[in-house]
Ligand binder design. Structure first.
Ligand code: SF4
Length: 187
């Protein structure tokens, strides 16, 4: 699944501030029973109550994003029952949203799927992003970032070798091209 969405709508990692505006956030003047959001399959009254609350909630989209990204498959979240969310949970694992990739490269701290993390590494490598910065962007150690760059460099080299084998290009020409894409300081 490849998508491109507006970067501003991406929720930052670990940002729970949206919960303060949640209609289901219990307080003294808003006593909501959290149990209604975890109804049994035939508890239609609870389901109706929960969906009605979600329908009035100003942070429904943030709630849905958080549930999908956090793998919260149980209960009612973001105005959807767990049955309604199930196909979305399956899809999000395959998401490749270049707006998220670019926002991460620009320094935003947002949730990425495995495919999006791989895209950040590849783009970082190609753009000469340093190992230190990649480590910071992906919240990993510099050693891990260096390993990811080395794997990327190998993958690019192998792809070029395969292409040259198919076209009969000399290894020297491939070497020349590798020089140009090989960020010595990055990997
Ligand atoms: S959308 Fe529903 S479950 Fe999510 S925060 Fe709002 S009321 Fe709660």
């Amino acid at each position: 699944m490849t998508t491109t969405t507006t970067p501003e709508r991406h929720r930052s990692l670990g940002d729970h501030t949206w919960q303060d505006q949640a209609v289901c956030h219990p307080s003294e003047c808003n006593p909501v029973d959290p149990e209604v959001f975890f109804p049994g399959p035939d508890e239609t009254e609870k389901i109706t109550t929960a969906l009605s609350l979600c329908g009035q909630c100003p942070v429904r989209l943030a709630c849905l994003d958080a549930a999908l990204e956090g793998g919260e498959t149980h209960g009612i979240r973001g105005g959807l029952t767990q049955e309604e969310r199930a196909p979305l949970h399956e899809k999000i694992a395959k998401r490749l949203d270049y707006a998220r990739v670019n926002a991460t490269l620009a320094g935003r701290d947002i949730h990425l799927t495995s495919a999006e993390r791989r895209a950040v590494v590849l783009a970082g490598y190609r753009q000469g992003v340093t190992v230190e910065r990649l480590a910071w962007l992906l919240k990993i150690t510099e050693e891990h970032a260096l390993k990811l760059y080395r794997e990327t460099r190998r993958a690019i080299r192998n792809r070029d070798l395969q292409q040259s084998a198919r076209t009969g290009q000399t290894s020297g020409a491939v070497g020349d091209r590798l020089e140009r894409i090989d960020f010595g300081t990055a990997a």
